[in-house]
Design a protein around this ligand. Structure first.
Ligand SMILES: [Zn+2]
Ligand SMILES: [Zn+2]
Ligand SMILES: [Zn+2]
Length: 323
């Protein structure tokens, strides 16, 4: 496609239900364009990623906008639209992401592209967004999402020292957040984890999966208790407790085996080892789960439990006083 060739907007009246149709004052739709060479054909392109649409299929184009360019919303003014799409199109920058509208793997995209709109976001700036992992595998489990298009769309194991320097502040933020959130919920009985510095050094891990399931680069920052209802099978446990998980400090890792071999070696065939005492549970997931609960209860006491107990006592007192 000739990037320098003249493009022009196509006239397409807005209808109230369109979430993606942004018009200038004259009512022209601006997010799609038509090439001169296609002037007589019913072919339009997405201005941002150059996806081609044959026919003006509103549903298809609308779906594309919602999933791939969630920055565009109803009520956005023409100027806001121009501001957001000011970074001009870089040939092939989008790779094949533009065709993944239906994929579960693009679920982190809105957090990278428009965190300001999402109330569940814990922190964001121009460099990164920090959110809760939707399926926490430990008491505290957060994701740091770099916002640069290039980093977000590169393989996470290629994160190099330059990128690490940029993101270190955010990783540290998430680690400290692990601590502040954890001590809101639990009293720490284990002396070796009572001090913040020791807790962060020995009980919080950060890193990436060697084969991530989500398309946008995300760094996991989490406590190492694996005390979570969402931890449901061996794959969940091993993806954070085997060399499948690459610690932040060890990045970049450049010569990894293929995805299939990684999953055979470190997910399927890797024995499950307790992160506290190193007992090898081999393949016995149910036993490991029980043991993790014991290990947790030995070290931490729920503050919620204490509050409930206090309440129970005071209501008992009230009852005895009243009678
Ligand atoms: Zn597009
Ligand atoms: Zn992940
Ligand atoms: Zn143990």
């Amino acid at each position: 496609m000739d990037e320098c060739g003249p493009i022009y907007v196509i006239e397409w009246k807005e209808s109230p239900g369109d979430q993606w149709t942004i018009s200038d004052k004259s009512g022209f739709t601006t997010h799609l364009f038509k090439l001169n060479e296609d002037a007589n054909k019913d072919i339009v392109y997405c201005k941002h990623c150059r996806k081609q649409f044959i026919g003006k299929n509103r549903d298809l184009i609308g779906f594309h906008m919602n999933k791939i360019h969630p920055q565009i919303t109803t009520g956005m003014t023409y100027n806001q639209y121009l501001q957001i799409f000011k970074p001009t199109y870089v040939p092939n920058a989008h790779g094949d992401e533009k065709n993944r509208e239906n994929s579960f793997s693009i679920g982190l995209r809105p957090y990278v592209l428009c965190p300001e709109r999402l109330p569940e976001v814990l922190y964001f700036d121009d460099i990164a967004t920090i959110i809760h992992d939707k399926f926490p595998k430990s008491e505290e489990h957060f994701l740091v999402l770099p916002r640069s298009h290039k980093i977000s769309n590169s393989h996470p194991t290629t994160i190099d020292n330059g990128i690490k320097v940029q993101l270190q502040w955010h990783i540290d933020w998430a680690k400290r957040f692990c601590w502040t959130q954890f001590i809101k919920k639990y009293d720490i009985k284990d002396i070796s984890l009572k001090e913040k510095e020791a807790f962060l050094a020995n009980f919080v891990q950060s890193g990436v999966h060697s084969t991530p399931s989500m398309a946008n680069t995300h760094i996991h920052v989490m406590t190492r208790d694996f005390h979570s209802k969402k931890l449901k099978h061996k794959k969940h446990f091993n993806s954070f407790n085997s060399p499948f998980f690459i610690p932040w400090d060890e990045l970049p890792v450049l010569d990894l085996p293929g995805d299939k071999e990684l999953s055979e070696r470190y997910i399927k065939n890797f024995e499950m080892i307790c992160p506290y005492c190193s007992t090898n549970f081999k393949n016995r997931f149910a036993k490991l789960k029980e043991h993790l609960a014991d290990e947790f209860n030995m070290r931490f006491v729920s503050k919620k439990g204490l509050i409930t107990a206090d309440r129970a006592i005071s209501s008992f007192n009230r009852f005895t006083n009243d009678s």
